[in-house]
Design a protein around this ligand. Structure first.
Ligand code: MN
Length: 204
């Protein structure tokens, strides 16, 4: 039987229109970030896993099996970036932001003292990540924590708990809208876009 060339991994649909996050994140930024950057990670990953054991694996398994292995860095970086960006799109919502309610709201208040403390610490951690990376809200051992990771690293690869929310702090995520003002981007995303329903679902 002739082998058909099929893509192992696909770019998931954006959960909203490209202009849905304006004015916090412009349609132009989303068009490049999703349509070019995220798509490029998917394309490169498919190219790298073609004909390997990784081609038929779940994305999460590819991340776990290639994390920390120098000779698999290309596959790891692209697999993790595909996963991280899909998680990021879902961490944002046109109706997001503000103080979370319900169980997740109580947990934020309990583990950070208040929502305001959480918002301040989340923005500070994102601003403090030197160079490219991500800032995550995770649940680790029953406690909510803020974790920052460099480049393509994530809580799966670094075994730092279960991801609940993430903000991309790579320059390509904010430069068109905010130039060098990463702190302003973080504050706006936290205030206006964080998808607490997604965080609550991930908390379980
Ligand atoms: Mn990005």
């Amino acid at each position: 039987m002739a082998q058909t060339k099929s893509e192992s991994f696909i770019l998931p649909a954006l959960p909203y229109k490209e202009d849905a996050l304006e004015p916090v994140i412009s349609a132009k930024t989303l068009s490049f970030h999703y349509g070019k950057h995220h798509q490029a990670y998917v394309n490169k990953l498919n190219e790298l896993v073609s004909g390997t054991e990784f081609a038929s694996m779940k994305l999460e398994d590819v991340i776990v099996k290639t994390a920390g292995q120098t000779d698999k860095a290309g596959i790891f970086n692209n697999a993790a970036q595909v996963w991280n960006h899909t998680f990021y799109w879902n961490s944002l919502s046109p109706k997001g932001g503000g103080r979370p309610t319900g169980g997740i709201g109580e947990k934020i208040a309990a583990d950070f003292g208040s929502y305001e403390n959480f918002a301040k610490q989340f923005a500070e951690a994102g601003a403090a990540q030197f160079g490219s990376g991500w800032v995550w809200l995770v649940e680790d051992g029953g406690v909510l924590k803020i974790v920052k990771t460099p480049n393509a690293e994530n809580p799966i690869s670094q075994k730092k708990g279960k991801a609940l929310l993430v903000i991309d702090v790579w320059e390509h995520g904010y430069y068109l809208d905010y130039q060098n003002r990463r702190g302003d981007y973080l504050k706006m995303v936290i205030d206006k876009l964080l998808n607490w329903d997604f965080a609550a679902k991930n908390l379980g």
